[in-house]
Design a binder for this molecule. Structure first.
Ligand code: ADP
Ligand code: MG
Length: 278
């Protein structure tokens, strides 16, 4: 048979793909056959009720947790076969809990983001320092550059960790509740930053709780419910009254918001008898 040779790599615009991933913790299925394709130039929101498996899925995507079933591929290569240092050149993960107990300044923490790019045991150079300082500015964290991270507020620390991820210059950026500890202005700043990164070609996945932020700032929303994907697609198709009732057990109306030109979810009441009651 003639024709093009079979393709083993991933399409260029799908750098990270999780295929039918399953995770079992303490004998309990936490993720069941979840398939997620992370796309270049797109901000994808990962939403779902507490305990749905969002952080677990993000750890699997980041190569930090090995799934019991399925696999995760970066540019077609299983992440489990990549050394962490190699993976970290392409992929950055900002965890939900950013508490650190060592006495580093913010700038020193952000400079750690450069380490995957350095030759082994090589010191950081002026270019790394320039990138770290730019990352601190881009994240809006430059005011605390010289302050020890142990003395920062939760929100300030969150911005420093976002700066560290930016300094890594990843093609895939995974963030677990990146705006959870931030004030209104910093929330908007970070969400706009994610959009700008996507515009410049980064593939972004962010766990968000605020469905209206997901609707406004994300191209795609993946809705996790009881360890499976209930919906995955553009906000108008995923954040429906029906899906939200099933996943959260909340009655809502979804309106078009003329100010943000995106769907707006208005919670009405708890819907007894549906939602995640595990
Ligand atoms: P989410 O981020 O959506 O709130 P998680 O992914 O953190 O949810 O957790 C999914 C489920 O797995 C939860 O029910 C949680 O209690 C459970 N889980 C996660 N990690 C562990 C662990 N180390 N030990 C026991 N249960 C865990
Ligand atoms: Mg979580």
């Amino acid at each position: 048979m003639t024709g093009p040779p079979p393709r083993h790599g991933a399409p260029d615009d799908l750098p990270l793909v999780a295929e039918e991933v399953s995770v079992v913790i303490d004998g309990r299925p936490v993720l069941v056959d979840v398939t997620v394709r992370v796309r270049t130039g797109e901000v994808m929101a990962l939403v779902g009720p507490n305990g749905a498996g969002k952080s677990t899925l993000l750890s699997v995507l980041a190569g930090l947790r090995r799934p019991e079933g399925g696999d995760v591929r970066l540019d077609g290569t299983p992440t489990r076969s990549l050394r962490p240092r190699v993976l970290a050149r392409s992929l950055a993960h900002v965890p939900q809990d950013t508490a650190l107990d060592f006495e580093f300044t913010s700038r020193q923490v952000v400079l750690l983001g450069r380490h995957p790019h350095l030759r082994r045991f090589a010191p950081v150079g002026p270019e790394d320092e320039r990138i770290a300082d730019q990352a601190l500015r881009d994240a809006g964290a430059d005011r605390w550059s010289d302050q020890e991270v142990t003395t920062l507020s939760g929100g300030e620390r969150q911005l420093v960790h976002i700066a560290k991820a930016l300094a890594q210059e990843p093609r895939v950026l995974l963030l677990d509740e990146p705006v959870a500890a931030l004030d209104l202005r910093h929330q908007l700043h970070v969400l706009r930053l994610l959009r700008e990164l996507a515009r410049r070609g980064t593939a972004v996945v962010a766990v968000l709780h605020d469905l209206n932020q997901a609707a406004r700032f994300c191209d795609r929303v993946a809705l996790l419910h009881q360890g499976g994907l209930l919906a995955d697609g553009p906000p108008e198709l995923t954040l429906t009254r029906e899906n939200i009732a099933v996943a959260y057990g909340v009655r809502v109306v979804v309106r078009h918001d003329p100010d943000t030109r995106s769907p707006r979810v208005v919670p009405l009441d708890i819907d007894e008898g549906s939602g995640d009651t595990r």
